[in-house]
Design a protein around this ligand. Structure first.
Ligand code: SF4
Ligand code: SF4
Length: 287
């Protein structure tokens, strides 16, 4: 590791933490409480074979880091090994989780606000990192934010897109998938996440797991299954998530949340609070 590598990831981490510690981080424009807790940061190399495995699993339309990079920088001479993927997880606050835990059948107000205004903060964080690092001379992009990013609704694996923040976080050592398809991180499954790709060789974060489901007891030893019971749409079963059922519930939610909370929220997340993986890795159930 060179001093430059160490300094760069420390610099990016400080940029993200300072942004989330600033007045930008509000649950709503008139709220005096934050939307998110301090971010977790993880890094993977652009040529990590796991990125290839994920592409093979999702479909040809899914971007490898180098493909996203070449889309943003068509004349680049960079290779996959010149790139790093820097990911973050923004954990929900205790107040939001407490309120959401008590909700059954319909998401809580705080959760909806975090999904609506909080996601705007997540997007502004990505823009802030990209603009700051570009001003400093780096070639960098946020794959979800470039105009070629696309969502595909009618593909064999169900609705998906050219880049998955959760999969990027998984490769970058931040967590593994649960039965509900959320990412279980050391700060739990209740979060939003994001990523940038930068032309710099930053040492990757260690992945303290061997499989993509290592932190979900149900998928390891059959214990838990709490998210199945929490889902009001019957979208989670022992086979995982039915994206169509979840999507239908979200369509209904979209209109209802406008009436109830005054926001175009479409984040249910009932499977992410009031469950053993809500705020951390459910280690006791994994034994
Ligand atoms: S609630 Fe239980 S079964 Fe569902 S994702 Fe979390 S740990 Fe896995
Ligand atoms: S987000 Fe809501 S509808 Fe979708 S799987 Fe989770 S609990 Fe069910």
């Amino acid at each position: 590791m060179t001093a430059t590598d160490t300094e760069l990831i420390a610099h990016i981490t400080a940029l993200a933490k300072d942004f989330i510690a600033s007045d930008e981080n509000k649950l709503c424009p008139t709220c005096d409480e934050p939307a998110w807790r301090e971010p977790l940061i993880g890094v993977s190399t652009g040529d990590d074979p796991l990125h290839e495995e994920i592409k093979a699993h999702i479909g040809d339309y899914y971007w490898l880091p180098i493909e996203a990079f070449e889309t943003a920088y068509p004349d680049t001479d960079a290779t996959a090994s010149d790139l790093s993927v820097v990911c973050w997880v923004l954990p929900q606050t205790m107040e939001t989780k407490r309120e959401h835990r008590r909700s059954h059948g319909f998401p809580s107000r705080r959760w909806m606000l975090s999904r609506y205004y909080g996601e705007m903060i997540n997007e502004r964080l990505a823009r802030h990192l990209v603009e700051t690092l570009r001003d400093e001379g780096y070639e960098v992009l946020a794959p979800h934010r470039i105009k070629q990013w696309q969502r595909f609704n009618y593909v064999p694996r169900g609705p998906s897109s050219r880049w998955s923040e959760r999969h990027a976080c998984f490769v970058s050592g931040l967590g593994t998938f649960g039965l509900s398809h959320g990412l279980i991180t050391p700060k739990g499954i209740a979060h939003r996440c994001g990523s940038i790709i930068i032309r710099a060789r930053i040492p990757p974060t260690e992945r303290p797991y061997d499989t993509h489901t290592a932190y979900c007891p149900y998928l390891v030893n059959g214990k838990c299954g709490a998210c199945i019971r929490r889902c009001p749409a019957g979208a989670i079963s022992d086979k995982g998530i039915d994206k169509e059922k979840c999507g239908e519930f979200h369509k209904w939610l979209h209109n209802m949340s406008r009436k109830m909370y005054g926001v175009d929220g479409h984040g249910c997340g009932l499977c992410q609070a009031g469950v053993p993986c809500e705020s951390g890795i459910p280690r006791k159930l994994l034994r």
